[in-house]
Design a protein around this ligand. Sequence first.
Ligand code: FAD
Length: 415
Amino acid sequence: MKSLKIAIVGAGPAGLAAALFLARAGHATEIIERFDNPAPVGSALMLQPTGLTVLESLGLGPAIHTAGNRIDRLYGTETRHGRIVLDVRYDALAGGRYGLAVHRAALFDTLYDEVSARRHFVFTGRRVVSTLEEDGQTYLVIEGGERLGPYDLVVDASGARSELVAASPVAPPTRNLTYGAFWATLDCPDGLVDERALTQRYDQAKVMIGVLPIGRRRPDLPKQAALFWSLKVADADEVRRQGLDRWKAAVRGYWPECQPLLDQIRDWDQLTLARYAHRTVATSYSGRTVFVGDAAHSTSPQLGQGANMALLDVASLAHALAGSGDIETALAAYAKARRLHMRLFQLLSLAFTPFYQSDSAALAWIRDRLVAVIAKIPPGPQILASIVSGTLVDPFAAAGLSECNWLQNTVPQPS
Ligand SMILES: Cc1cc2nc3c(=O)[nH]c(=O)nc-3n(C[C@H](O)[C@H](O)[C@H](O)COP(=O)(O)OP(=O)(O)OC[C@H]3O[C@@H](n4cnc5c(N)ncnc54)[C@H](O)[C@@H]3O)c2cc1C
């Protein structure tokens, strides 16, 4: 493949990683971001063995590990009887896998610092509203009428509300999920929760509270945790109207030990309301525009795969371009490489989410009785571990990657 001029729309994890992979392969890239100062939105996320392998292949393994916190187990109980309703251990499978919980800013900074160090071109303050194809070349139309290009290829990494996907023939139907969550990032006192676990409490599927220890974003900062509270997006205004004290009392009622976290919340502005939409493109490209990350597939974060799949997407795209003689062949190869993994995990997310976030008492009843059993009897623990790891089907070969050797990696220990 000759060197291409590639526009990357969006400076989120997918866009930044795409710039690094594609420039490394010899292409000329430009990132176009709508915000004046690119920055991460939201609280925390879990990097899985999939996403960690992609970051390692970019040489960013040490940086991200320094800024994150190792997670070995996802553990949840329901509050009425103390039944185990979530219990996944990465070590149910051999190989030493783990997850890494990070502040969103840690992932952003790791990628953005590398993009800046390699002097990638980033156009900021430009919202891409459409593409225009002329004579086999593609232009970007910016809000206000500016035109950028021409480009040989456009990588749409503009996230779940991508305007380019929405205007394309592959636009998927979007299902706005009823439940979202309030998220806050707070200082985490020692001993509050198991630092190696994502810990959750449930009341049926209507209430879900989680604490995810995310370590120190920088060595000079305190250890932090993300606190999240699931709720119906439509109820958020009413919850806010009733006041912080009432909401805190509700959290405390389910989980009194969270008090030191609640004490730090003095204003609703500290809580971000996350809304989730579920959609999957039929094909991951249209003409000379290729979709990666949430632009191609978005869902609830129940399985913690979105950013990891975004990283796999861009690694696969770079691999497909490197192995093809022309752009059309490469885009078809990319779509094929990601199809099974993407569809499987989108389906699993759609199937699992209502057991943990919905009005259904029946699903919660089934969950409360089944999970503890499945989590103990083989191959249940192994299947659960490979779902959470993102490896239920092999995601690496099609991206030209080999999974990290986790036993040899040095991971910072909680201090
Ligand atoms: C509360 C919450 C928790 C989550 N937890 C996890 C987790 O534990 N693990 C995990 O893997 N994933 C998680 N996710 C999902 C993860 O955040 C997303 O999958 C990931 O951010 C997708 O990256 P992206 O780069 O595709 O899109 P985004 O991160 O949305 O970035 C898109 C970028 O494009 C820019 N942009 C948008 N429109 C335009 C435009 N028209 N022109 C120019 N620029 C534009 C945006 O400003 C942004 O910078 C979670 C999501 C939420 C909401």
